[in-house]
Design a binder for this molecule. Sequence first.
Ligand code: PLP
Length: 438
Amino acid sequence: MREIPVTSVTGHADTQHPLSSSEVARIKADFEILEHPINGTDLVYLDSGATSQKPRCVYEAEQHYYETANAAVHRGAHSLAVEATELFEQARETVASFIGARSNEVVWTSNATEALNLISYSLSNASAGLGGSAAERFRLTRDDEILVTELEHHANLIPWQELAFRTGATLRYVPVTEDGALRYDLLEELVTESTKLIAFTHVSNVLGTITDVERFVQAARRVGALTVLDGCQSVPHLPVDVKALDIDFMAFSGHKMLGPTGIGALYGRAELLDAMPPFLTGGSMITVVDMEHAEYLPSPQRFEAGTQRIAQAHSLATAASYLDEIGMERIAAWEEHLGTLLLEGLSQLDGVRVFGPTDAPRIGTVPFEVMGVHPHDVGQYLDSRGIAVRVGHHCAQPLHRALGVTATTRASTYLYNTEEDVAALIAAVGSVREYFGV
Ligand code: PLP
């Protein structure tokens, strides 16, 4: 299904075998920032869950665009405008193919947060009567329910709280157990004829656990509810095919998958996007405008008001091609390997508690706590040794509450991390308590 680009952007052509340590070392060399020392020592970057580093070809693509093709898209009659439009639409095709979608099913947004807000505001506009008869199916009333989970990043929770508030619908959630496992056993009971939309994460940004998407989709199909998948932590790390997953919408961010900041995307089934009222309005998304009314283009332009992030789309497509050339299955297998090393190594340390269910499939993301030392102190100590991790509630306060803590320290891996990076983290975490005199 995936389109492998003809021009190699990685030079790493072996797609048949698992990633080896030497291949990872070659990949790492594409990321210039990883060669720069931090606090006088080699950088060990274990914060890709927050944002990934970028290979040279990604920012060179952006620079090349500005040097050779920069123009406003979709409206100019001159050669540069034609070239910029072609690159912009080619980028859409590349990113659509990366997730198994058609190109008119990918809407550019600033990030995943905006993509999720786009759906929430569009449904709220439909509920207020906008969008005519085509949008009737998206109307929510006080008799309806929206279902989320307790695992969610705030970006996939607050837009639904707001939608419930604006429409009078009720927000319900699938809880987690005390170790953070989703209570799938409650789905049958929680999904009712009143459920109009189910929003859930594919991979938890805190625990790294992979959700059983099929169970949610089956429950939604039973009652005709829409499904919204938060793909922020899955699209960068796992092979994701939206058609095979059979979801209605998916949001993801470019900066977490080797792409630039400032761009993300919303996948939506074309027949749904074409019937939804717009979120932002203005130039570039209309067919006819008079002083009282406007008619809108079909998707994706209907959701892309104003001048778009053209250089960033081109650069994100380069990132998707880079990942595709190495192979998402191989990347996922390497990260699973690193995740296992992390889990085993950290669990064996005295006074260290690792969070998350032990039997769930996970990506290479592991949250932990060093007993008696605040996560911020842990983070600063690791930073002094050149190790970058994330500390805090990771924009998932309800999940942390369910886990019985206010904050954790999170190590998250990517394709450029080595076994040595993991060993360096484990050794450093092992010396935290002694350093703080606990
Ligand atoms: N959802 C998940 C699971 C995330 O991990 C994040 C970012 O950390 C987001 C949504 C929001 O992404 P962004 O800040 O790029 O919009």
